[in-house]
Design a protein. Structure first.
Length: 592
């Protein structure tokens, strides 16, 4: 068996509980709660002790000829003491549960905040290599496992440990001979736990992974529900989800055989051992080697010890899940993030240039998307970028935004290498209006304000007016408080574009990136959006990816991208005279 596989089957306690260091901030609440947990665990042992005394001591007293009133008084005293202990236990348990939940949930909120803060700062390639559902699973499902372990499993583990070891002490006090006889069964249980538990952990991990895959299928179907319905693929998605669930169900059923065998074995060995011990103890009682009270204590504490031992597989299984969840969350926390030194204080003027820029996506290193790109854009210029599909136009925008860094060559802002400028400074100087606008599921006001959080009501309305959005917003009964729905589904394409433009106006960028912002609109919507864009581009460095000939012709300069290089540049009339790629694009209606 490979060494790595052996290690994966063992619980690494440091990894499993490493993230619970977040509890340190709340130790004044958490430590007393742990102490209270030990107290309630210890007090739980009072129940079998006093119950044994309640059952056994009257028999001993009667056998010894004690007065019935004395026996009754002794019973009353035992019951009263037990009730007092139960009240104390309930009181301590109340504060223990409150403390555990307060400290635990507070620490987990801090962890969630740190994970999310790290998540949104991870580089774009990290997201591109993963499915959306997988990222969501890490953030929700894995943190839910940590929550369950801290709030439920850890208290259970401590409580069962106190019960187990405390119970062992009491059964030895009751009868050393019976204790040794019963403990002879423990090695058998441990061996079976080791063998079957290993298989159960493997099946649990497989089932967890397969359930995550089924969640990914469901999440992707919901996110793309418009396409699902448009292509009448409801049944296809249903079958895809059913297949994922069948894999999960098959693994669970296979694992259930081992679980059922294990539970059956525990029941057999536990009650079988107790039955043999009762038989053996009855003989000791008849010979006067043990009293009925001692024997009753022994039986009750043995049941408690057996129950604690029986909870071990579930605890170990949960800890195994926790280790896996912790490793996945640590991958996020330990991964290198983007350069977020904060804005440097410098203001970019909008001049951009590239020298021999080469780039290939990390997942496709063998395919160069940009192959020696050179261009120069002066501050305030309006530049159109055209080219056939797949030429690398959107990739240029991704590099400008710092989603990726070039493999060779240089990208310069105001003559300064992009690597010397903090990402926050670069992005603060830019705004993007994409072809497919993503609106968040809040109000129109919140979506516009996203361009500059904290903007005033007057600034938001002014931005909407410049974007030709105020008139249609005013038609909603709720006005700027109208909810746009998930991804903005309650608005038309043109309305979403104008909200995106208003967002860009509010951001007041030095550099504006327009990625085919009008290509999917009808003529009236295009006219309104184009008017808003013309207002937005005034006085700013504007780079436009466009297929509309009207948009391209109005640019100060046109850059023609082909096979990862800019092969032509100039005005519309100059490029039409060159009889090159641009003219071919225009005449074949790739520019229309």
């Amino acid at each position: 068996m490979p060494e790595t596989e052996k290690k994966s089957r063992r619980i690494d306690w440091k990894k499993t509980f490493g993230l619970y260091s977040y509890l340190g901030k709340y130790r004044k609440i958490f430590i007393p709660s742990v102490v209270a947990l030990f107290i309630t665990g210890g007090l739980s042992l009072a129940f079998p002790y006093f119950l044994g005394s309640l059952i056994g001591s009257p028999q001993v007293a009667m056998q010894e000829g004690a007065d019935p009133s004395v026996v009754s008084e002794k019973i009353d005293k035992v019951v009263s003491t037990l009730l007092v202990i139960l009240c104390i236990q309930a009181f301590v348990a109340y504060w223990r549960v409150r403390g555990f939940i307060k400290a635990g949930e507070s620490a987990l909120c801090d962890l969630r905040q740190d994970v999310f803060a790290r998540l949104v700062r991870l580089p774009m390639p990290w997201f591109m290599e993963r499915r959306t559902g997988e990222v969501g699973s890490r953030f929700s499902a894995d943190l839910a496992i940590l929550q369950e372990t801290l709030i439920t499993t850890v208290p259970q583990m401590v409580r069962q440990s106190v019960t187990f070891f405390g119970g062992l002490i009491f059964i030895f006090i009751a009868s050393v001979k019976l204790s040794l006889f019963m403990l002879a069964m423990i090695p058998i249980v441990v061996i079976v736990v080791a063998i079957v538990g290993r298989k159960i952990r493997k099946w649990s991990k497989d089932a967890q992974d397969q359930l995550a895959q089924s969640n990914i299928v469901a999440e992707e179907a919901v996110q793309g529900i418009a396409d699902v319905k448009a292509y009448s693929n409801e049944e296809f998605e249903e079958n895809r989800y059913r297949s994922a669930l069948d894999l999960f169900l098959g693994t669970v059923i296979r694992g259930s055989k081992a679980r059922a065998m294990f539970v059956s074995f525990i029941i057999f060995i536990l009650f079988g051992t107790i039955s043999v011990v009762v038989w053996f103890g009855a003989g000791m009682m008849s010979e006067g080697q043990i009293t009925s009270e001692e024997f009753t204590h022994f039986i009750l504490f043995s049941i408690f010890v057996g129950a604690s031992l029986g909870s071990l597989p579930d605890i170990m299984s949960q800890l195994q899940k926790t280790q896996g969840a912790t490793e996945r969350i640590r991958e996020i926390l330990n991964h290198d993030i983007e350069d977020h030194r904060g804005e440097s204080g410098e203001t970019l003027t909008g001049a951009i240039s590239a020298k021999d820029l080469v780039f290939a996506y990390p997942s496709r290193k063998e395919t160069q998307v940009l192959n020696g790109v050179n261009f120069e854009v002066n501050a305030g210029e309006r530049i159109a970028i055209v080219g056939p599909s797949g030429a690398g136009k959107s990739t240029v925008f991704s590099l400008l935004l710092g989603f990726y860094e070039g493999d060779q060559g240089s990208l310069l802002f105001d003559g300064k290498n992009s690597g010397e400028i903090p990402v926050a400074t670069r992005r603060a100087a830019m705004a993007v209006v994409p072809q497919e606008v993503l609106l968040f599921g809040g109000t129109i006001r919140e979506n516009i304000e996203y361009g500059r959080p904290g903007a005033s009501e007057e600034e938001i309305m002014e931005a909407a007016q410049k974007a030709n959005a105020h008139s249609f917003i005013d038609e909603f009964p709720e006005g700027y408080d109208a909810v746009v729905g998930p991804r903005g589904v309650k608005l038309s394409g043109g309305q979403r574009q104008r909200i995106a433009i208003a967002r860009a106006v509010l951001a007041d960028p030095k550099i504006l990136l327009l990625d085919e912002a009008t290509s999917a609109l009808d003529s009236e919507s295009e006219r309104l959006v184009q008017e808003a864009l013309n207002e937005l581009m005034r006085g700013r460095t504007s780079l436009i990816i466009a297929h509309r000939l009207g948009t391209v012709k109005s640019a100060d300069k046109i850059l023609v991208l082909k096979d990862g290089k800019f092969v032509e540049d100039g005005s519309h009339s100059e490029l039409m005279e060159n009889d090159g790629t641009y003219r071919l694009l225009a005449e074949t209606q790739l520019l229309s």
